[in-house]
Design a protein around this ligand. Structure first.
Ligand code: 4NP
Length: 605
């Protein structure tokens, strides 16, 4: 090669060097700046009303903390620091708010606290060793909760001191309400993995009663007042609200004077209860959106997901969000209209980057329709880099609700395809139970079909699969079982080996796994990516909280070791002192930032 040619090559490479890498770098740092802006957009979620104040959680100070807004003065005050885990429904007449905090660096061993919203004084409830807590109820004086122990235990903790274990079951169970001496909740209490029964624990008699209007029915979210229990059931066909009278043992369907709820024809009920006047309110949901009803009459709110209402006099306080609008708190006037009292929109520059969102029904391999949310990116052409986002749960869903992962991906230039694969909630019980006995089977085919749809419809050029928790499991499994579909995978808090996962799980999650697999432990091997590591072709970005106690890190580390030995392309990011639940923004950034850098490299235009 002549010096001239060398010089030319040098010049040429300098020219390339001075443009391409710098431009790429600039675009990546721009993406990271946008990511930070999205993650730090404050989120507001209403908990309820107590002593003249609206109690809510907000991330405005960097963690999901409790706050109280004084409706008289309009001033807000922070009640906790460092993030809360669970919060019990408030009592209108009590100044105390009950919440739990993780005291185990993310292992989800939770201590129970009470805070007085009048003076912000807080104290731990005595006599209870920190545990995984599965639902809280508060009657104004005592706290009822379910906690993982030898089995799942029912506990009563008094604000004045003293804790008592009331009952224990060898099944999955949650507390949903506590009032007038009765603790209620739901669980898989008759050994049928496809049903949920209501339980009622009477503090007067010490009796633990399991109730269902029909064997095999799914009964959800009981609330109780004055000897009556209000819950949703599919005992008579589709989900509807019923009232059970404990004294007469009679069950009746709730009758409403308005017809809006009946006409809306909800697939399920997200939340419901009584106003202080004893009128039933409900949040009905269908196709990923929900509406608020009082006595069957609709109370207008914007499209999206409405959840967690509390009715006080002539007002109701609810949370609203959508795929493009972060959660905010609305005050609804019962005579018509609403106003946002806490919360804001995304910055204009970010909103412009997120494209249109819509639902498509994708036909799967067996003809089943998979309701799938698509959020396009305005920062990319079509076809362009795309991500199939797999939600967690698996008994959960992607709805027209704020999702930090989806909003970030769309703003950063990825079209997002989020399938509600079989087993997702929100589309009826028949659809919800379709993954029982077959996790990582039919649902994995649905995810593969969603990717195929995105390519065939001119949306996706390159395509990645990404998910957290059950979505991380599906990412691991799809990249080895369907190695030619995805160009890259991002697995957050995933499951790579069910066998070791089971060994490391507590009583609650062992129940969960047995229910999910319907006891078919012989399937564990086939549904664990660790046994198919040779098949992996796509680069994999693995992100895991160090102290995750729901999807433990150890089996994932063993999978990583296998990938190492096989010479596969992967990266591993561990979020130190973090657990499964993301309760602060620092950890959210630590989870998402590696994903963004990875996707830029392997899916970049
Ligand atoms: P999730 O986590 O997706 O965040 O709800 C899970 C944790 C455990 C299991 C599934 C999902 N499990 O089967 O044990």
């Amino acid at each position: 090669m002549s010096p001239m040619e060398n010089a030319e090559r040098g010049l040429c490479s300098r020219a390339v060097g001075s443009l391409t890498p710098e431009r790429k770098h600039a675009s990546l740092s721009e993406k990271l700046r946008l990511l930070e802006a999205i993650i730090t957009t404050p989120i507001y979620t209403s908990i309820g009303y107590a002593s003249g104040q609206v109690v809510y959680t907000s991330t405005v100070e960097g963690a999901v903390d409790l706050w109280a807004l004084d409706l008289g003065s309009g001033c807000s005050r922070r009640l906790t620091e460092g993030g809360v885990h669970l919060v019990a429904p408030t009592r209108h007449e009590s100044p105390y708010v009950i919440y739990t905090q993780d005291v185990s660096k993310g292992r989800e061993l939770q201590q129970v606290y009470a805070v007085n919203i009048k003076n912000s004084d807080s104290f731990a409830l005595e006599g209870f060793e920190p545990r995984r807590i599965l639902g809280l109820g508060f009657d104004g004086k005592s706290v009822a909760l379910a906690a993982a122990g030898d089995g799942v235990e029912l506990w009563l903790l008094s604000l004045g001191g003293g804790a008592e274990k009331l009952h224990s079951v060898a099944s999955m169970m949650y507390v949903t309400d506590f009032n007038d001496g009765v603790i209620v909740g739901q669980g898989v209490l008759k050994g049928n993995p496809r049903s949920f029964e209501v339980f009622m624990y009477d503090l007067g008699t010490g009796e633990f009663e399991v109730y269902t209007p029909r064997e095999g029915a799914v009964n959800k979210r009981p609330v109780t007042r004055g000897g009556r229990v209000l819950f949703a059931t599919n005992a008579f066909g589709k989900d509807e609200l019923v009232l059970y009278d404990r004294r007469s043992e009679e069950l009746q369907k709730v009758e409403f004077s308005g017809s809006d709820l009946r006409e809306y024809d909800p697939t399920e009920y997200l939340d419901f209860g009584w106003t202080s006047e004893g009128v039933v309110w409900a949040i009905g949901k269908r196709d990923g959106r929900s509406k608020l009803f009082l006595d069957g009459k609709i109370l207008p709110l914007p499209d999206g997901l409405v959840y967690g209402a509390d009715f006080v006099g002539s007002k109701a306080y609810v949370t609203h969000s959508s795929l493009t609008s972060p959660p905010k708190i609305c005050e609804v006037d019962l005579s018509g209209g609403y106003r946002v009292i806490l919360g804001g929109e995304l910055r204009e520059e970010i909103l412009r980057l997120i494209g249109r969102s819509y639902m498509v029904r994708i036909r799967s391999f067996d003809g089943l329709e998979i309701p799938t949310f698509v959020v396009e990116s305005n920062a990319s052409p079509k076809p362009g880099p795309s991500v199939v986002y797999v939600h967690g749960g698996p008994w959960s869903e992607v709805a027209d609700r704020w999702d930090m992962f989806i909003a970030s991906l769309a703003a950063l230039g990825y079209h997002v395809i989020a399938p509600n694969f079989r087993g997702s909630t929100g589309y009826g019980e028949e659809f919800r139970v379709m993954d029982i006995g077959d996790p990582g089977g039919g649902d994995l085919e649905d995810v593969a079909k969603a990717a195929e749809w995105a390519v065939n419809h001119g949306l996706a050029s390159k395509i990645a699969v990404m998910g957290y928790s059950y979505g991380g499991f599906m990412t691991f499994l799809s990249t080895v079982k369907k190695p030619h579909i995805f160009d890259a995978g991002v697995a957050g808090a995933g499951v790579a080996d069910w066998e070791e996962m089971y060994e490391l799980s507590d009583a609650f999650f062992r129940q969960f796994i047995d229910i999910l697999f319907n006891g078919k432990r012989e399937l564990w091997k086939d549904r664990s990516a660790i046994n198919f590591a040779e098949e992996l072709r796509a680069p994999l970005c693995i992100i895991h909280p160090q102290n995750d106690s729901r999807t433990p890190f150890k089996p994932v580390l063993r999978y990583v070791w296998k990938l190492m030995e096989l010479g596969k392309t992967f990266e591993l990011h561990v979020v130190p002192e973090a657990g499964h639940a993301i309760t602060n923004l620092e950890n959210a950034i630590k989870l998402l930032m590696p994903a963004v850098i990875f996707l830029e490299k392997y899916l970049g235009r």
